[in-house]
Design a protein around this ligand. Structure first.
Ligand SMILES: Nc1ncnc2c1ncn2[C@@H]1O[C@H](COP(=O)(O)OP(=O)(O)OP(=O)(O)O)[C@@H](O)[C@H]1O
Length: 320
């Protein structure tokens, strides 16, 4: 078992051939090889139904894989669950809260259920966790009076009662308003700055771009791509945009130079840059030589969303 950690000691989560077929025959996750580097904020991205929750449940030892292996903090799951899980904070599905108890009392109750938690230091631990998520002032309010964002933060506080090497968050901003989303995102950044590896699933691309250092993209139970977010976004080519009072002439020149998928409007031409190395200065010079008057000239950087669509040929169910 120890060789597993020797193979990839810097990976906090590593899976090989991880597969889950449910009893009804539904193949939810297929041959997944995931690698989550230590210290990363890792976005696990995919449309609804692409297998994210099923993967997370296998990682945490809540369900058995049909085949393949998973290691968490270098130890095999589900075999090492008893020694590994105390170092992992998890928030999957909405947090289970007692509405009639205050936020603070919810955490006290949660902490009391942990046999390893010292009762003498409980109040201090709960106070620190409330402080961590910015709920100190609201700590004595009943949880049922909390906004969704506050409930989600209280759930995070419960995952932070003990020091954690890894936090696993399943759709932590689902159902939150923009302000609630921002709060969770900044909390995730703070936790990562303290050295905690954060693995979070989301179906929102811009969220992943804003907060994650690394990402993996799932579609139909399979891994499409994984790596540093900056590299994933660079995977898609940029789109050239030229603003000009002579769009027809500009389009003709650009076409001759290999620009494809041209779109011409009254004052602008956009198109896909040709494959390979293209010097934008040459394109601009060619336009000028052909007496095309250029007001602005540039490449619109593709987002991770463009990269995703290019890779999978599908978009996201953003409403879902
Ligand atoms: N217990 C189960 N029994 C049978 N099929 C299941 C079960 N759980 C999930 N599935 C199916 O497996 C596939 C992947 O589901 P999963 O919940 O892992 O996706 P997801 O990416 O987490 O989506 P969501 O964000 O909607 O939870 C879906 O087609 C789902 O219907």
């Amino acid at each position: 078992m120890e060789e597993l950690s020797a193979v990839d000691s810097e990976a906090v989560i590593a899976t090989r051939g991880l597969t889950k077929r449910f009893r009804g025959g539904q193949l939810a996750v297929e041959d997944l090889g995931l690698r989550v580097p230590a210290g990363s904020v890792f976005g696990f991205l995919g449309p609804n139904g692409s297998g994210k929750t099923t993967t997370i449940r296998m990682l945490l030892g809540l369900i058995e894989p049909t085949s393949g292996t998973a290691t968490l903090l270098g130890r095999p799951m589900p075999g090492a669950a008893r020694s590994v899980l105390p170092q992992v904070g998890a928030l999957i599905e909405g947090p289970a809260l007692y509405g009639f108890l205050s936020g603070r009392d919810n955490l006290i109750r949660y902490d009391s259920a942990d046999p390893a938690a010292d009762p003498r230091t409980r109040r201090a631990r709960v106070g620190a966790a409330l402080d961590r998520v910015g709920l100190t002032a609201a700590g004595s309010k009943k949880a049922k009076a909390y906004s969704l964002g506050m409930k989600q933060r209280l759930g995070l506080a419960s995952a932070l009662l003990q020091p954690r090497k890894l936090l696993v968050l399943d759709e932590p901003t689902n159902g939150l308003d923009p302000q609630g989303m921002r709060e969770i995102r900044s909390l995730v950044r703070e936790l990562a700055a303290d050295g905690t590896t954060v693995f979070l699933s989301s179906h929102l691309l811009d969220e992943i771009e804003q907060v994650c250092t690394h990402a993996a993209v799932m579609a139909h139970g399979r891994l499409v791509v994984q790596g540093p977010v900056a590299e994933l976004a660079a995977g898609a080519r940029g789109r050239l945009a030229v603003t000009t009072p002579d769009p027809a002439d500009a389009a003709r020149v650009l076409k001759e130079l290999g620009v494809t998928d041209l779109t011409v409007t009254e004052a602008q031409v956009t198109g896909e840059l040709p494959q390979g190395d293209v010097d934008l200065a040459d394109l601009n010079a060619a336009l000028v030589r052909a007496d095309v008057r250029v007001r602005s000239f540039g490449v619109e950087r593709d987002s991770l969303e463009d990269a995703f669509v290019a890779l999978t040929g599908e978009g996201f169910d953003v409403a879902g």
